[in-house]
Design a protein around this ligand. Sequence first.
Ligand code: SF4
Length: 484
Amino acid sequence: MIAAHFYRKLAGSGRAGGRLRRALGRNFALLAMLIGALGSTVLRPRTLTACRSSSAFFVSTGVSSIRRWQSAVPGRAYPPRPTQAKAVAVPAAAETDNTVVSRLPSTLADIYALSEQELCGFLQDTLHQPKYRAKQVHAWLYQRGAASFEEMSDLPKSLRLGLAEHFKLGCLEVAFEQVSKDGTVKRAYRLADGQLIEAVLMPYEDGRRTACISSQAGCAMGCVFCQTGQMGFARQLTESEIFEQALLFSRDLTKGGERLSNVVFMGEGEPLNNRRQVFGAVRRLNADLGIGARHITVSTVGLAPRIRDLADAVDDPEGEGALLSQIKVAVSLHATRDAERTAIMPVNRRFPIAELMAACQYYVQRTNRRLSFEWALISGQNDSPQVANELGRLLSPLKGKCHVNVINVNPTTGFEGQPGSKAAMDRFLNILNEDWGIPATMRVRRGLDINAGCGQLKNELLGRELSTKGLAATPPRSPEASSE
Ligand code: SF4
């Protein structure tokens, strides 16, 4: 096989290749076998990432590695990998990882994946329970914060045992947790297939308890300032995996007499690239945890057509649109000119600023709702008075219907940009507020002492795991794989 591969690679499949093959005859096959054997002995997969330009390295890897490698070749994938960011390893999902094999999902079904109606049907049909039991179990699961069936003390013991025979509570395993001195809790969750995702709980002095959750494992959008973007995309999360991140925080808060009040989709991933699962989770946050749609924020990197779709949710007031037209939408902007935005957010090539702003205007006109814009202040790049004025001008058509959240960029290992100074921040906010009448506030970075920025904890854990297992870095999977 190796010889045949070289035979094709070196001689090519065209007419010239045919002539070369005929000229070399049997000697060529021998030569190819020799090079192939040399390749498989000397060139190990580990060397692959450092030497992407040589097709000879195909010989020493399996087919899946070759596919991943192909997808990482510059120019093959959208969006292109940013040059400033180093691609960091995302371990392939689980198949070669022994520690993951031991975590394979049990045969028990995840009770959180059932709707109230399905739970009711199961209790009646299989466990022969009266209808009202479904309400009791549902309340234990979502309002009373039960972490085991045993805790459901007002249910008959036989019912608790019956439930435990068929179900487990959730499928996320807390792989790591850090608590900041400002009260921020950051968790890395391990999924059933070994993927890691992050979620953060932020307590605010005004009583809000906000969960920041992930919609994908990794992200294909490649924003260069973001640790997750530097790691690449692994897979879409299911509705249940998304919902459970918030549920677990809600459960802990309930035990302390508090409740989860807000959820923001600002963790790993682009939520509007996994809409069905994200919107399903939004429904459950609303129905099961009682979080109002106006307290749920979906953040997007700026997928213009998806923003228009959200605006069109108003056409379905009796159905899903009733909820979706009420959620908050936050658009990550970070630059006012295409060249600069493309340099830090490759998605801008596909949806440039003019197209994005047209979609934002459409959204505001159709829904009459306010949009938020996120602005990560990067020293010397987008924190000058000139940029603040350009931003004011850009957002003027949305005046009265938008708000700018300015946050100092979170330093990450693969990005050289640094946070802006306090003076630059004040000046920036002042220009937007005073000169342009665009409300702008500074968002305080939370959990600074625990790497609470998106992807930072996961990156640290992956680095540790890879080095203890002696694994080589694996190139990120194709961004196309992230589309719905
Ligand atoms: S900032 Fe958001 S959209 Fe951009 S790479 Fe990070 S997770 Fe993805």
